[in-house]
Design a protein around this ligand. Sequence first.
Ligand code: CO
Ligand code: CO
Length: 342
Amino acid sequence: MTPFHYENKGLTRYIKASGCAAKLDPSDLKQSLGNIIGSNARLLSSISSNEDAGVFALERGLNLVQTLDFITPVVDDPYIFGQIAAANSLSDVFAMGAKALTAMNIAGFDKCHFDSEILSEIFHGAKSKINECGAVLVGGHTIETPENIFGLSVTGIVGDNFWANNTAQVGDLLILTKPLGSGVLATCIKGGALSLEQIKEAADLMSMLNFYAVNALQNIKVSAATDVTGFGFLGHLSEMLRDEISFEIYVNSVPVSRTAKHFANSGIIPEGSYKNLAFCEKFCSKTPEILLCDAQTSGGLILSITEKDAFKALASLKSVGYEEAEIVGAVKSRGEFAINLL
Ligand code: CO
Ligand code: CO
């Protein structure tokens, strides 16, 4: 194992000038994006079904997957930030069960406060993740901004049986591949509250690619999938709902980082997680624990798989490195609540 190299270059040290804590939730996004993406016979999937990646038909059996994502620093080390931002951006391609082909950098760089060497380290970190999943970096664009931002635009391909987010079937079980808590951990990093060992845990969690899950499930039918990011576990789960189905969640089986749990218990919760909680409460059987709503950076996948295949899928996911993956719930016919927290 290579030693953990982490240099604190102050990347997360940015305070919003306005002090505004407003945050978009899925309903805001729906409203503002509502009519922009029209329908097209070749557009098989898009924001209109709450998908983060668009799927565009090229020919029978071959579809283009396109996505773009960027974030502000969640760790102080530029190389590791690049890795995390890349893993986060690539994730929306893997959440469709697709293969990533090419990626382009999107960067906003605060040249006033940081040396351009930092930008180069961010790019190198990202490239290591692009290479890790066999994709190719083909270019990018950088502008000067008051806060550092970085992400990728990713292009991939997938067959006709891609993983949509809204096709879960009654009788399926739900698997979550990574533990929750990266929002709390990133907030702790900003506050300087974590030991180096805890920073490593957080960095490993966020930089782990969802790529391996796609490979591990090659021979298993996935009814539906999404990745867990800014709206938290329950927020993204709600995007998988349809009027006919409910989700039953085994709250105590949901994997959560122990370090995150510890700090959340002492009250370190990112602002966005409370906003998520207020949004999710409306369709849950009871007020959820805050970590179920914690805004994730590069979180895991939620996979809906038949009961028959779910245990095989779980074993396969664990064997490729998602050691904390768990069966966290089941898909039922619509009951009293859209999401029933057990
Ligand atoms: Co995304
Ligand atoms: Co996503």
